[in-house]
Design a protein around this ligand. Structure first.
Ligand code: SAH
Ligand code: SF4
Length: 393
């Protein structure tokens, strides 16, 4: 794609039901689950109760086999097993970094692959999940951006990543013994893996509703953060329909530089983005917006940039997350020097904003921010092409 090409979204309709196969129950909303149960012969009067029971087995207890659902009659279990499956994506490989970060290569329907990363920390464990195979956007510093969009993930494939991580962590609590969020191994979700989550709004929304549902995985909406490159028309909907926290890939303080780094800026520029953020429905001091800012040597890391950033976001409850650039093969940028990052952070801190510098995690297994890229439809571009597309040559 050339830098001037329009940014488009490939919308593929993905049916959950294979032509002749059974329907996968994973990823259906409560209403969706009710509908398929009724269509399969469950009496309407019982449907609500059955939804609750099946939901708990799948999302609270991690059960994949209808036969284990002991509060349902044997004949009903057999009927369910005939018509439905409980399927999560397949884990093709799992790599564990020296720092404990785990990267899963996950295979979804059609043989496509995405990556999911688990990052353990002292007081929490964060799962970074993917929402698309590849990405339509072509941010010049992002490895995923060199891979063409193949398709949106279904809600089942998105929540399925949480389920396989829980399988791997052995974290399906006994009934009645659900741990508190802060003591869970998987306590937080960030939609910061492959893809632009707001270009797969419905899939992401339905999956996150499942993650937050109190009868299942039951994570607080404040423990879920969705990161967008700036899909302005969908920003308010994120607060209204999902209710999670928002992070924005800001990265540039003038339209000229942001156009090059985050090309969606040509469609919705800095002013339009900031407007949408100022009006973000849930905005408050306790629910600040995270501004992500990748530190690229000599590109966006000057003191002047830091001062401009502070001016731009004035009045928005915000925290600024500085991300040292993570290298990938062929990347046309370098990470800013440490003293530069600190000087940048200092200016922001003095202006009254929290400015944590994100420690790169899992770099040895290419699991750090922006390093994810699967072999699916690999369209590896050369360093020269990437640099040209970024308008750097
Ligand atoms: N598509 C969404 C979410 C995925 S990217 C978005 O762009 O916001 C998650 C974060 O990692 C984004 O802030 C992204 O800009 C950043 N990122 C991408 N490539 C990176 C790299 N090579 N080094 C550091 N951060 C990177
Ligand atoms: Fe896509 Fe986000 Fe990477 Fe940009 S930074 S190419 S939006 S995944």
């Amino acid at each position: 794609m050339t830098p001037t090409a329009p940014i488009t979204q490939d919308m593929l309709t993905i049916t959950r039901k294979l032509p002749d196969g059974p329907t996968n129950l994973v990823g259906l909303t409560r209403d969706g689950l009710r509908d398929v149960l009724i269509a399969a012969g469950t009496p309407e009067k019982q449907a609500k109760m059955r939804v609750g029971q099946i939901w708990q087995w799948i999302y609270q207890k991690g059960v994949r086999d209808f036969d284990a659902m002991t509060n349902l009659s044997k004949s009903y279990r057999a009927e369910l097993a005939e018509k439905f499956v409980i399927e999560v994506p397949e884990v093709v490989s799992r790599q564990v970094s020296a720092d404990g970060t785990r990267k899963y290569l996950v295979r979804i329907a059609g043989g496509h692959e995405v990556e999911t990363v688990y990052i353990p920390e002292e007081s929490r464990g964060t799962l970074c999940i993917s929402s698309q195979v590849g990405c339509t956007l072509t941010c010049s510093f992002c490895h995923t951006g060199t891979q063409k969009l193949v398709r949106n993930l279904t809600a089942g494939e998105i929540i399925g990543q949480v389920m396989i991580a829980r399988d791997d962590l052995g974290e399906w609590p006994e009934p009645g013994r659900a741990p508190k969020d802060e003591t869970r191994l998987l306590s937080n979700i960030v939609l910061m893996g492959m893809g632009e989550p707001l270009y797969n709004f419905e899939g992401v929304r339905d999956a996150m509703k499942i993650a937050m549902d109190g009868e299942g995985i039951s994570l607080s909406r404040r423990r879920i953060t969705l990161s967008t490159s700036g899909v302005v028309p969908e920003i308010a909907r994120t607060a209204e329909e999902i209710g999670c926290l928002l992070a924005v890939s800001f990265h540039g303080t003038t339209d000229e530089i942001r156009d090059k780094l985050v090309p969606i800026n040509k469609k919705w520029n800095i002013a339009a983005l900031l407007n949408a953020l100022r009006e973000y429905p849930r905005l408050s001091n306790s629910e600040r917006i995270t501004f992500e800012y990748v530190m690229l040597k000599g590109v966006n890391d000057s003191d002047e940039d830091a001062r401009r950033l502070v001016k731009l976001i004035k009045g928005i409850p915000a925290k600024i997350n500085l991300i040292p650039f993570n290298e990938w093969p062929g990347a046309p940028y370098e990470r800013s020097d440490w003293d530069r990052i600190e000087s940048f952070a200092n200016i922001i801190y003095k202006a009254g904003y929290a400015s944590p510098i994100r420690t790169p995690r899992g770099e040895d297994i290419m699991a750090a921010c922006g390093q994810l890229k699967s072999e699916t439809e690999r369209a590896r571009k050369s360093r020269k092409v990437i640099a040209a597309e970024a308008g750097l040559t």
